[in-house]
Design a protein around this ligand. Sequence first.
Ligand code: SAH
Length: 389
Amino acid sequence: MTMQKVILKQGKEKSVLQRHPWVFSGAIATVDADDGAMVPLCSYDGTVIAWGYYNSRTQIAMRLLTFSDRKPDDDLIARRLMNAYALRVASGVVNSTNAFRMVHSEGDMLPGLIADWYNGHCVVQFLTSGMDRLKETIVQIIQEKLQPLSIYERSEHEGRKMEGLPSIHAQLYGQTPDFIAINEHGMEFLVDVIKGQKTGFYCDQRDNRVLIQSIAKGKNVLNLFAYSGGFSIAALMGGATKAVSVDSSGYALSIAQKNCELNNVAKRHVGVKADVFEYINTNDIPQNVIICDPPALIKSRSSIQQGLRGYKELNVKIFKKAPPLSFVLTCSCSRFVDMKLFQKIVFSAARDANREVTITGKYLQPADHPVSIYCPETEYLKAIMVFIS
Ligand code: SAH
């Protein structure tokens, strides 16, 4: 049997030589590979220039793991996992929290793998069929080297359907409790790994929660798209007089309420179950610190224009209604919007709202969500803090 491989069209190797881990289907000349198989990628003259896994069903036809003729083996996967863990330790993330993203897909050179660590419990997500094939190896390495209390699989990303994979919820090792109590910067949060959103908690907003905490003293806070109340609790612990959390999920708000009780700030907290778009249409905004952290409003290239309108609409409304001398932390977690474009949206919202708006800071995702310099698409979270006078 000849070895399976993928051959690029003539002149299409540039991005690979620059270590970009994605190969689009349009760049490929010939394929002899099964979906999910780890295969060499050749330039048109037949030289092996990289290795990665293939899928005929997706526009990103290959995701690359090495940029040489070295075939990725279990040792390489183990080394990458350990390097990822070492980064979380070396960067100091583990000093302030026991909940962090341990593996950030392409950002840790393990495309298609997400692993989150919640106070000793591990939650994994296999986003692609190539990574799915490595599941057993990965779970074994995590189990042996990191000795978690449990491992839970939440592979139910929308992309899995496109990859030809089913949604999977499964206990892979040990017993994951219904709620895991985590501690982030001295705040306690309950994480529902099994029924919560994504893997249960938004670790990526950790640094921004500290930011909100630092300006919250004596302020009145509106937390839009609040989920389990992270920003509200940070603000209240920082001395905010009151925080209102708005979310469309009653279940998320019930966890937010529990989290407030856990941190002894429940008396100053109000949860409102509502669609944020409707809420800001029909309610005044008396608060002088406002956080707007919507889910990704752009999920694919084809919905960019519509999503951009969504971001703008939200920000126009907030800027119009915010009282003088207020702070707004406005966020986007869509990877189709970079900081430059997001700032443009915020600019056009400020202009349309006809307010005096200044930027006091711009923030990206924290170190446990590393950005691959070769794959700028791994930078997804943007937050801009503005002051409205
Ligand atoms: N800021 C949060 C994370 C927000 S995730 C944190 O730091 O933990 C996005 C949240 O928006 C989810 O909780 C989801 O339930 C909620 N959501 C999505 N669409 C919504 C809408 N139209 N109105 C209100 N909430 C919405």
